[in-house]
Ligand binder design. Sequence first.
Ligand SMILES: Cc1ncc(C[n+]2csc(CCOP(=O)(O)OP(=O)(O)O)c2C)c(N)n1
Ligand SMILES: [Mg+2]
Length: 348
Amino acid sequence: MATGNDERKVPPLLRHTTARLGKKQLLELYRHLLVTRRTEDRLSALYRQGRLPGGLFRSLGQEAVPVGCAFALEKDDLIGPLLRDLGALVVRGVTPREIFAQYLGRADSPTFGRDTGTHFGDLSRGIVAPIAALGSNIAVLAGGALSFRLRGQKRVAVTFIGDGGTSTGDFHEGLNLAAVWKLPLIVVIENNGYAYSTPTAQQTRNTRLAERAKAYGIRGEQVDGNDVIAVVHATARAARRCRRGEGPVLLEMITFRRKGHAEHDAASYVPPELLEYWEARDPLRRLEAYLVGEGLYEAADLRAVDESITAEVEKASEEALAAPWPDPSLAFGGVWAEEPDPRRKEGR
Ligand SMILES: Cc1ncc(C[n+]2csc(CCOP(=O)(O)OP(=O)(O)O)c2C)c(N)n1
Ligand SMILES: [Mg+2]
């Protein structure tokens, strides 16, 4: 069948004989995927009600990539998510309440209502804010990785790039620098088939993006990005290499964007059969099938988890909707390092 990436092959559904993740960890992964999915479901509804002041860049169908990558890391590793990587924030402990406040532009949001979406960082949780100019984050996270090296720490920096983003000059410069300095950096390509409305095969001649690693003399690997366990293992393997001082790793996660570029985009350019193909490979459903099929959990247990998360998310969105708007006088504060935010002991 035709796919966004004509040449790519999709591996069969999840078949891990040994997951090497304990039962509790697998449930944690399931919870992170669900929190991400249900939070975005609710954000979609708010968007359609005209209550979000900004755009909504969903990760529907590709949540296993940010969730699995963040899950595989140690707490003091650094992560630089992109706008679509809500799942990485969830794993790092950002709550739905914070996410709703942020999307709704409320005073108690991580940016005090100054920005929307997932456009924020928090170094206390090891999160570097996204940069809108695609590819620039790679050099920034390479800088983080360099600082670990200079301080003799065994920490790793991880960041993400879309299939479209791999065609920027910054992708090349950042990765080349990290490679030549053998920095502990993992660059995760989220190959979700499209950049806006452009299929991957129309923006690059070689759609096996992991092969670009060869050009930099580093390790590259293709991973089934809709298999959250495979994502965790691949990231953990890459992190071990980085900690051994073997230099950066490029991981290409094969996945699919089952929504438009953002909520305003109906994605009419995506062939319906392609959507059906990827719906059948939904990362959440695949993990559910695995957990039940392996006899680890009953389907009813998982339904109960879903119901309680859906209720938590609903409560968080109601609380954020009732939260106050920011004081307009704060709009220009906190721009410079020497201007601490008036409501905090220390500025961000
Ligand atoms: C350097 C640069 N060029 C163009 C843009 C405009 N732009 C924003 S998102 C986007 C598409 C990104 O596609 P991809 O990298 O595949 O990520 P995805 O949206 O699929 O997650 C473009 C072209 C930008 N932000 N930065
Ligand atoms: Mg893309």
